[in-house]
Design a protein around this ligand. Sequence first.
Ligand code: FAD
Ligand code: NA
Length: 396
Amino acid sequence: MNMDALIVGAGFSGSVIARLLAENTKQKIIVIDSRDHIGGNCYDYVNKFGIRISKYGAHLFHTTRQDVWNFISAFGSWEPWEHRVLAKIYPRDDSDDFAYAPVPICIQTIQKLYDSSVQNEEGMRRWLVEETRSIKFQAPYKNSMESAVARFGHRIYNDFFHSYTLKQWDKSPEHLDASVLERIPLRYNMDDRYFTDPIQMLPSCGYTGVFQELLNHPQIEVRLNTDYFQERHCFNGVNFTVFTGPIDGYFASRGLDRLEYRSLRFEEDTIEMGDKDTVMQPASVVNEPSMRVPYTRTVEFKQFLNQRSTHTTLVREYSSSHGDPYYPVPNERNTKLYATYQQLAEKETEKERRTVLFLGRLANYKYLNMDQAIGNALDHWQRWIKDGVIETHDVN
Ligand code: FAD
Ligand code: NA
């Protein structure tokens, strides 16, 4: 086959590298994906009620990296969008009363659920000191229960984190590294946005539209329904492979244990609303930290970019241990195991004279936001040029 470079995976990692290769070299590039669509986990489509749905869960683009934004904003058209999330909280075990409160925890969360007199940063600090006064846990914390209770107190811990973590990880916070809940933000102000990054955007024609433009180049050919492990023999002639699939899959023949992932199951429900602007939920995403329901959150896709439809589609997310790999499971076993795979990957890159490169969330066994996946691809590209892995030519 007359191909110079093979890219395995049509998500952001693979598609950005394909585009850079196409624009800066004369190489012919083939992008394969085992799925029947481009876009990786960011893929979205418009359903029969005219509502754009993200097949693998809601995706909000946000970044602090201007270079990432400069690069990706050239593909598709984008609109500013500030994401807000509410959690459905049942304050009393003996009652079905509930309230919606913003996450991450900020002043409005406290006002809504615990103390309406908290008004400013000083009040927030004072309230938290009171709330955690009797708590004896001291850093370094032994686990996530200790680190969260020490920061937030028992009430917030129980209302927001205990059951939610149990549902999400199938493990109580007592059995998770302190670092897992240590990363949860806590705000001393009234900023109730989900992200604080200066750049927050959604693509007007969906992520799939962005990927169509990224991959639309005369030197790029896309082949779907093509699994690398089954069809790698077809690509023996290429002089450069970028692999963005699961690293333990690539080295499956070595007989090592497999890396552990959490997955998601989605349950979809469409309701007729009549009015085109009417929605069901008070926010696009409602988190469900309570054990009263088995799912972790409900996404109402119609709310993103204020789409209009006589219907609304709600998607409930259930955390699960089987299915597509979504979230790496951060524990000692997996960290050690990944280090072993990483050594194999480095040897493979050397053995093949740097022509097999491992990139992206699955190859690096790391949760990456979209901007990080794009940023990694841009950074790798710069390094490859510097190290002479890739020779570029003047396009014009
Ligand atoms: P992927 O998108 O997973 O692409 C890898 C591709 O490789 C896949 O299409 C796969 O089919 C293909 N592949 C794997 N193995 C093979 C094989 N053997 N042969 C051929 N093809 C193969 N990020 C944000 O910034 N904001 C968000 O709001 C956000 N929400 C998220 C919500 C969820 C539920 C999840 C799971 C992730 C979310 N992310 C979000 C992260 C985002 O999905 C990732 O940053 C992005 O998908 C990473 O791109 P990637 O190319 O590295 O991996
Ligand atoms: Na998300």
